[in-house]
Every structure is written in C-alpha cells, then in structure tokens.
Design a protein around this ligand. Structure first.
Ligand code: ADP
Ligand code: MG
Length: 319
C-alpha cells in the first residue's frame, strides 16, 4: 500500500489570519509584563512608568506588494514609517523610537536610499518619533523596509480593539476606498486625531483601517466579547473621491489608515461639535454596536440587512 504522507496546508489555504492564529499557539507569553500580546494593533507592555504602557509594533513594506519599483523613494519611506505610526494612533498612543531594517539589491543607487531615509525621517519627525537604529542587508530580488516602533500611552487612555460595548456608536475618520490611486503612499497617520479623542472622550474600542473596513470590522468583532456585533449603514459610509462612488471599494479596499472607533452614544453630540471646531477632516457615524449572531452586518438603503464578510485584504488569499 502506498504510504500516505500527511499533507500540511499551505499558507494560502489557511489565510493570513488563520496563520496568525496558529502562530499564537507557538509563542506563549508569561509573567505580568505583557498586557496584550498578539491580537491588537500594537503589543501593550508594562515598562517602568507607573501611569503609562509601552506600545510595540512592526510592519514591513515590500517592493511589488506595498509599493512599485518606480514609486518615489521618499514616499516609500514615508509609507513605511506612517504605517507603524498609524498602529500607535490606533492605541491612542504617542510614537517615541523606531528602528529600520532595509534589504537592498547591490545595484541600488545610494541616492535612492538617501531619499528613502528622508521620507522615513520626515514621517518620524512630524510625529515626534526618533529613528535610533536598524539593520542593512542585501537581497537578490525584491527590496523591503521594515520599521519597528515603540510608543507610549497613558494607562487610562489606551484604546484596545476589544472594548466595544452594546449600544455604542461606530465612527470613522476621513473617507474610504481607492487608496491605491495615491493616498497609500502619502497618507497622514491619525496620531493627532487619536490623541485628541482619547484625551476628551472615553473611546471604547479603536483600530486603524489597514485591510479594508469590512475586514477591520471583523477584527474588532473577533476581539470583542460574545454577542457583540457591528452593524453599519450603507448610506452613511464616507466614500473617498478616489473610490468614485463605489461603495464596495470603500468597504473592501485596504490602506485607508483612518481610525475606526466606538463610543457611547451620549457623547455623540459633543464629539461632533468639538471635532468640527478642531479638525476639517470628516468624522462620520457609520453604525451601531448591536446584539446579533451576524458579527458584522450591512444595513442597505432599503432597510434590508445582510452579513458583511471579511472581504478586505488578506496577504495569502487566492487571487
Ligand atoms: P495590523 O494590521 O494592525 O498591523 P494585524 O491585524 O495585521 O495588525 O495583525 C493582528 C495581530 O497579529 C497583531 O497583534 C500582530 O502583532 C500579530 N501578528 C501578525 N503577524 C505576526 C507574526 N508573523 N508573528 C507574530 N505576531 C504577528
Ligand atoms: Mg493596525
């Protein structure tokens, strides 16, 4: 009889988030220093400060995946730093220190690398963060930039993905969709907005939109207690001009890097008024936290309700 070898699934079979779930079973944390490990926008760590947590995040940008070889290097550097700043914003925090690792082909111009660093430095400096080290390697094929960033947040102001409460209003900053037409290389991480929010309002849950609204709503739902579900209204989704009126693009396109958060509805009037006085950018109430078996649902203009699947960006999904 032919020996049957056990077939291990490929990463594309389990998907990005199925894979991360499996990794969670291998890396186990111990002790009291890790407040949150895998599962939020940043790891949350107990340092020496009595009233603050440390935040720790790490995101790569890879040639051909996150940028094109012909994109301006300054913008590639900006994006590499800003993605990480956005994860600090999602926790309500302040960025402090970054390290940067780069993989370069031998034939790359030093001018390209210096412009890359001008972009990294510009984004870091704009938000009070310092680049303090990194590593450099050569690659044979695609180049990459990996930033790891440490931030801080007051313990009382931290915003986790898991904090949504029944009845909360769901808000999103800015407009969504069509980021690939340009915004993905030059977006502003919402650090100032997040800091302003957490200083004035008890935000219950927050995430930055990196994989698309529908997928990132599922991230919030997965982090929330049982029975907590997210219902959004099709008519209220702020569609970016670059998405050309396409609701599906606003729901599914990745790399918006806007903030998605929930807050008790009794704060909504004050939030709207104060926001309008402080920022020019849109802030839109797009839905409610409800009790439903569909963890994420879309309420259509005609009043019909349909489950919304996590159809945003998955690095390993079949394409
Ligand atoms: P984000 O988009 O905010 O960077 P994700 O939703 O992609 O975060 O990731 C979910 C969680 O999985 C995060 O807490 C992240 O730190 C963790 N994670 C992702 N990839 C890995 C990995 N290769 N090893 C360990 N943890 C990972
Ligand atoms: Mg994030």
């Amino acid at each position: 009889m032919k020996h049957l070898r056990k077939q291990h699934p490929k990463v594309s079979d389990v998907g990005e988030f199925g894979l991360i779930r499996q990794l969670c079973g291998i890396v186990q944390t111990s002790g009291t220093s890790v407040v949150r490990g895998i599962g939020d926008d940043c790891a949350v760590l107990r340092g020496d400060h009595p009233r603050k947590y440390l935040l720790y995040t790490c995101d790569p940008v890879v040639e051909g995946i996150h940028y094109r070889p012909t994109d301006p290097p300054r913008k590639v550097g900006w994006k590499a730093m800003a993605r990480n700043l956005s994860d600090i914003a999602a926790m309500g925090g302040v960025p402090r220190w970054a390290v940067v690792s780069i993989g370069l082909r031998r034939g790359t111009d030093t001018r390209w690398v210096k412009q890359l660093y001008a972009g990294l430095q510009a984004a870091a400096k704009a938000f009070g963060c310092q680049i303090v080290g990194g590593d450099t390697t050569h690659v044979r094929h695609e180049q990459f930039v990996v930033v790891a960033l440490v931030g801080e947040v007051e313990k009382l102001r931290i915003t986790l993905r898991s904090g949504a409460k029944l009845g909360d209003s769901i808000f999103v900053t800015g407009t969504l969709g069509g980021s690939l037409r340009g915004k993905h290389l030059s977006f502003t991480p919402r650090i100032h907005e997040a800091r302003w929010l957490v200083a004035r309002f008890p935000v219950h849950a927050m995430i930055d939109l990196s994989d698309g609204l529908s997928s990132d709503l599922h991230r919030l739902a997965e982090a929330s207690p049982r029975g907590i579900a997210f219902e959004i209204y099709a008519a209220e989704i702020p569609i970016a001009r670059a998405a050309r009126g396409n609701l599906a693009a606003a729901l599914q396109d990745g790399e918006d890097f806007e903030l998605l958060f929930t807050i008790d509805p009794r704060h909504v009037t004050a939030l709207r008024q104060k926001w309008a006085r402080r920022f020019r950018m849109e802030l839109t109430e797009i839905g409610r936290v409800v009790n439903s078996k569909h963890r994420v649902a879309l309420l259509q203009r005609d009043g019909s309700r349909q489950p919304l699947t996590a159809s945003g960006y998955d690095h390993f999904a079949a394409r």
